[in-house]
Design a protein around this ligand. Structure first.
Ligand code: AMP
Length: 407
């Protein structure tokens, strides 16, 4: 039997998202989510997709990641898709921070685990959870290849001129302070898909990719390689996001410490969790913000305008970085669904060859599509992202003929 299935795990601090995919048939066999791990109100939602089974829920305390993964394994086994199946080729793990070392998906061994652990100081929220997910999966199937796919990998092609902050080099290097970028799996997938949509090879096109979800980032991609991205040392830099401020004058932090008497942890929470759209108007869901704007709500309008102003500045900046742009691709929750955001982001940029066609832009679809008018020099595209598929593809490409081992 050939092993063609890949289990994709995205382990957060209190959640595990998963998908089981068959790479031979490109079929999604099951998807699910375990939330609120460690709390009394943990929940597992499992949806078998092959054979059209009903979604199932478990509402009971799940104490830790080991318990969560065991529960996921049991649910998969109940559908005949258990982790012990010889058809399972590998488990692909999303790992947020791979530093400079991990430029490619990597089979996990002790040295890889140690390096991911060494990067915890620059990804204190994410890497510990990712590590726990990998270690737990290794305990369940020690014989199976575990592959780490890094959010930072796509951005490791950035030149030093884009990756370095203009601060004292010795201090920066001592503490590994530089711009790493995140959402790389999505930027990689969407830039390839956009080239496909244009009927070109990725090496032939220059793109600006706008991943606008609850977290948001922009990237400038030249010939398939990232040359700049808006997130930096952490995912806080750059665009206005659902709950993160994006760019601020760094002196805001000293000011809040000295004058506002806030601690570093309080400021961290302020900028990461209480800022962005939610800090500006109390809502971080673009649907709700648009509804409030339609009702004449001033603070929702201002939040939207600040969001768009920042987005436009990055489009202009990356246009200049690239020199020539073939397409701008919108992706993730806001980018794929919010037509007013796409329209406002390129409004007034006709001189740069940018425009959207009102009718095309308002069509709702799950397909990748072009929403700019025929005459526009730069294509504006809506390209649904699929980070799980990208992780599965990268994992499968790496383990290659793993099936033969299980034959
Ligand atoms: P993501 O992080 O990619 O899952 O994106 C989540 C965000 O997408 C939500 O917080 C909303 O702001 C936005 N979103 C999702 N669906 C829609 C929609 N139909 N219209 C506008 N915004 C949406």
């Amino acid at each position: 039997m050939t092993a063609t299935r890949i289990l994709v795990l995205n382990s957060g601090s209190s959640s595990v998202k998963y998908q089981l995919l068959d790479m031979a048939t490109h079929e999604r066999l099951a998807v699910g989510l375990v939330e609120r791990i460690g709390e009394e109100t943990s929940r597992l939602k499992h949806t078998p997709l092959a054979g059209g089974g009903e979604a199932r829920e478990q509402n009971r305390r799940i104490a830790d990641h080991a318990g969560a993964l065991k529960a996921v394994a049991d649910e998969l086994a109940a559908d005949g898709l258990g982790l012990d199946s010889p058809e399972l080729a590998a488990i692909g793990h999303r790992v947020v921070h791979g530093g400079l070392k991990f430029t490619e998906p990597t089979i996990v061994d002790d040295a890889v685990l140690a390096e991911i652990e060494r990067l915890i100081p620059v990804a204190p929220l994410h890497n510990p959870a990712n590590l726990t997910g990998i270690r737990t999966a290794m305990e369940l199937r020690p014989d199976l290849p575990q592959v780490a796919v890094f959010d930072t990998a796509f951005h490791t092609t950035m030149p030093e001129s884009a990756a370095r902050y203009a601060i004292d080099v010795a201090t920066a290097d001592a503490h590994r302070v530089r711009r790493y970028g995140f959402h790389g799996t999505s930027h990689a997938y969407v830039s390839r898909k956009t080239a496909e949509l244009l009927g070109k090879d990725p090496s032939e096109v220059n793109l600006i990719v706008l991943h606008l979800g609850n977290g948001a980032s922009a990237s400038a991609v030249r010939g398939g390689e990232c040359v700049d991205t808006s997130m930096g040392l952490t995912p806080l830099e750059g665009l206005v996001m659902g709950t993160r401020s994006g760019d601020v004058d760094p002196a805001v932090i000293f000011h809040l410490m000295r004058v506002g008497k806030m601690s570093p942890d309080e400021i961290d929470i302020l900028l990461n969790q209480k800022s962005g759209l939610i800090g500006l108007c109390g809502d971080n869901d673009m649907r709700e913000i648009r509804r409030r704007i339609d009702e004449g709500d001033e603070s929702a309008r201002l939040a939207f305008d600040i969001y768009i102003h920042r987005l436009k500045k990055y489009i202009g900046a990356y246009y200049a970085v690239l020199g020539r742009v073939d397409a701008i691709a919108f992706t993730a929750g806001v980018g794929e669904n919010a037509a007013p955001v796409r329209e406002a982001a390129v409004a007034g940029l006709e001189e740069l060859g940018l425009a959207v066609d009102g009718e095309l832009n308002s069509v709702r679809s799950d397909e990748a599509r072009i929403v700019s008018p025929e005459y526009a020099r730069v294509a504006v595209a809506v390209v649904p992202t699929d980070e799980e598929l990208e992780i599965a593809q990268q994992t499968y490409a790496l383990v290659g003929d793993a099936g033969d081992r299980n034959a």
